[in-house]
Design a protein around this ligand. Structure first.
Ligand code: FES
Ligand code: FE2
Length: 422
């Protein structure tokens, strides 16, 4: 349970808010690289940390991220023409490059050189892992570009997409750090036929209620859900939480290979979140990357061109009550859609002053504390926790181990590409 002030401090992300300022110390996923399909392609609207932005790819292939609104009189640059080396506002023809420099003004005489005085808000970008990332904080605080194992995996070994979640970012993150819900919310019954293309007989998680073990690190924490199996074994799932909104978890083993997956919950504004979903193979190329989308519920026909779910709160996620009796616990298609339905059902911003948390919520409680402490540190002029920490090589795993064995040592060796560094 939190105080109202703590909840407010965690959920608000606009400029000048405590969480908004913390988030502006990390590279933010802004959009998928494939949304900017080629040089001079149409611009794309981006909503990030409460700001309205426009992304474009210039003639040289560079990704730009500018304020959506023209510096002249505020027309939306989404209507702009993406021309030779810049994005031109169609109202009076002011043209901007990826750095926000004004290159040309069609309605001002050249002699005044007014354009030299004009600059539009622009954020630096990098591309990695099939995403365009932006840094929205003070330039002198810019950390090294994101370098997760998954962002460096070959394209053939990786799947990435995104889905718009219609609630506050923290509800999404907390769902992702809550291992105890997985075999409940996402349960499927063998006798049912839950989803086309998904193996009904493969349980997502084995065993009963987990013991949750959380270990803080320089980037956030790693944690383990330890579940006793009926035999003399335990089933252990290891996760990482990377500040401020990344989860790394074991992948579902339905495409072949040794899979690691995760999400990032990038706040669009206080009431909307863009969830980036990724999975990659540690061994072979992914045979059927679309299987990931089918499992998550983000495949063809499931999201519109703004990444809003076809199954959404307006149609009760097309819940199938017959399927709920015999096929899946929720009767809702898609693992992510199940998460979104439940997280959105808590309202645009969950009221954390009235909840009752147990030992299964230990990972959530720790994440809130890290976030609040980190926001305070930034407000006090300090460094943001983990902004410059190395996350290269972090990976997640699940294993069935003998109860008598040292499960912790065995899991640590699996949680990093270089087992010794875990
Ligand atoms: S509003 Fe964009 S050029 Fe005038
Ligand atoms: Fe879930």
């Amino acid at each position: 349970m939190l105080t109202e002030a703590e909840n407010e401090a965690l959920v608000r992300v606009g400029p000048g808010t405590s969480m908004g300022e913390l988030m502006r110390r990390y590279w933010m996923p802004a959009l998928l690289s494939r949304e900017l399909s080629e040089p001079d392609c149409p611009p794309v609207r981006v909503r990030l940390l409460g700001e309205r932005l426009v992304a474009f790819r210039d003639t040289a292939g560079r990704a730009g991220l500018l304020s959506e609104f023209c510096a002249h009189r505020g027309a939306s640059l989404w209507f702009g023409r993406n021309e030779e080396g810049g994005l031109r506002c169609v109202f009076h023809g002011w043209k901007y490059d990826v750095d926000g420099n004004c290159l040309d003004m069609m309605n001002e005489p050249d002699a005044f050189d007014f354009k030299a005085k004009v600059h539009l808000r622009a954020y630096p970008t990098v591309e990695a892992g099939g995403l365009v990332w932006a840094f929205m904080g003070p330039p002198e605080r810019k950390p090294p570009p994101p370098a997760f194992e998954w962002t460096q995996a070959p394209e053939t070994h990786r799947y990435v997409d995104k889905t718009w979640e219609e609630c506050n970012w923290l509800q999404g993150l907390e769902g992702g750090l809550d291992t105890s819900h997985v075999p409940i919310l996402h349960r499927r019954f063998e006798e049912g036929s839950p989803q086309p293309g998904v193996d009904a007989s493969a349980p997502l998680v084995r065993g009963r209620a987990p013991e949750v073990v959380v270990e803080t690190t320089g980037y956030g924490y790693r944690y383990f859900g330890v579940r006793e199996l009926a035999s003399d074994e335990v089933y252990v799932r290891g996760y990482h939480f990377v500040m401020p909104f990344t989860q790394i978890r074991p992948g579902a083993d339905f495409t072949g290979g040794d899979l690691v997956a995760g999400h990032m919950w990038a706040p669009m504004d206080d009431h909307n979140t863009m969830v980036y979903n990724w999975e990659y193979s540690l061994t072979d190329a992914m045979e059927d990357p679309q299987a990931v989308a089918r499992e998550l519920g983000s495949g063809p026909g499931e999201v519109d061109d703004r990444f809003r779910k076809a199954r959404n709160q307006d149609n009760d996620y097309r819940i199938d009550r017959a399927l709920q009796k015999t096929g899946t616990f929720t009767g809702i298609f898609g693992v992510n859609t199940q998460d979104h339905a439940i997280q959105e059902s808590m309202g645009p911003i969950a009221d954390r002053t009235v909840e009752q948390l147990g030992q299964a919520d230990r990972a959530i409680i720790t994440a809130r504390k890290l976030l609040l402490d980190a926001a305070q540190a930034v407000a006090d002029g300090g460094e943001a926790l983990g902004a410059s920490a190395s996350v290269d090589g972090l990976r997640a795993a699940d294993r069935v181990l003998a109860r008598a064995s040292d499960w912790h040592a065995a899991m640590l060796a699996e949680m990093h590409a270089d087992g010794a560094r875990a």
